[in-house]
Design a protein around this ligand. Structure first.
Ligand code: GSH
Length: 219
């Protein structure tokens, strides 16, 4: 049984979506990042970077327990273990990795900064909002062009690359990016969001915690 260390944020949902899609048995450990649980020594032993998500698989490679942190590594690990949503070899694997890394270095951190500066920062900083809004729009434009030529990010098949960027692309529609300009992205968001596994994951919430309220989506 896999142990999943998550919280209800775009990065946490990536791991939950993958586990649901791959129908892997797992136990959820809610790491309350609002109260600093990610900095506790017991969690640092799982993820030295103090962030969610992370997983522990007691039945890892060679039958040995393995810890995996960073959402891109978690998705790669789970897809490889299941032999689904992650091509095992060939050019398709590298295309999937391209988009996976693109999500890790692009829409994830830029969308996260946009959310912070536009919604959560205690002081308004217009240049910071402008910088991350401009970059997030540019990145959503990249996805839109890609999805104009390909049904999913890594090609004709849904993969971990879609899971990687779905949650943050969806999030920036609440942070000021006008999705009406990106018809291919809206089609893709609707397709991914409609998947039963995605619905199940997005409905998860730690007991007694009020779901985060965001401004309306531009979708
Ligand atoms: N590059 C990391 C980013 C993970 C990340 O930023 N997680 C956030 C939640 S969305 C977190 O744990 N924040 C806690 C903190 O910053 O202290 C990944 O892709 O896993």
């Amino acid at each position: 049984m896999i142990d999943a260390y998550v919280w209800t944020t775009p990065n946490g949902y990536k791991a939950l979506i993958a586990l649901e899609e791959l129908e892997m048995p797992y136990t959820i450990h809610w790491v309350d990042i609002r109260s600093g649980a990610q900095h506790k020594p017991e969690y640092l032993a799982i993820n030295p970077n103090s962030k969610i998500p992370a997983v522990i698989d007691p039945e890892g490679p060679g039958g040995k327990s393995i810890k995996v942190f960073e959402s891109g590594a978690v998705l790669t690990y789970l897809g490889d273990k299941a032999g689904r949503l992650m091509p095992a070899a060939g050019p398709e694997r590298y295309t999937t990795l391209e988009w996976l890394f693109w999500g890790a270095g692009g829409i994830g951190p830029m969308g996260g900064q946009l959310g912070y500066w536009s919604l959560f920062a205690s002081e308004k900083n217009p240049p910071a909002i402008e910088r991350f809004l401009t970059e997030s729009k540019r990145l959503v434009g990249v996805v839109d062009r890609r999805l104009g030529e390909s049904k999913f990010l890594a090609g004709s098949e849904y993969s971990v690359a879609d899971i990687m960027s779905f949650t943050w692309t969806r999030a920036v529609s609440h942070f000021g990016v006008d999705m009406q300009q990106y018809a291919n992205v809206r089609r893709w968001l609707d397709t991914v969001e409609a998947r039963p596994a995605v619905q199940r994951a997005l409905a998860m919430n730690p007991p007694g915690v009020e779901p985060m309220k965001l401004p309306p989506s531009s979708r």
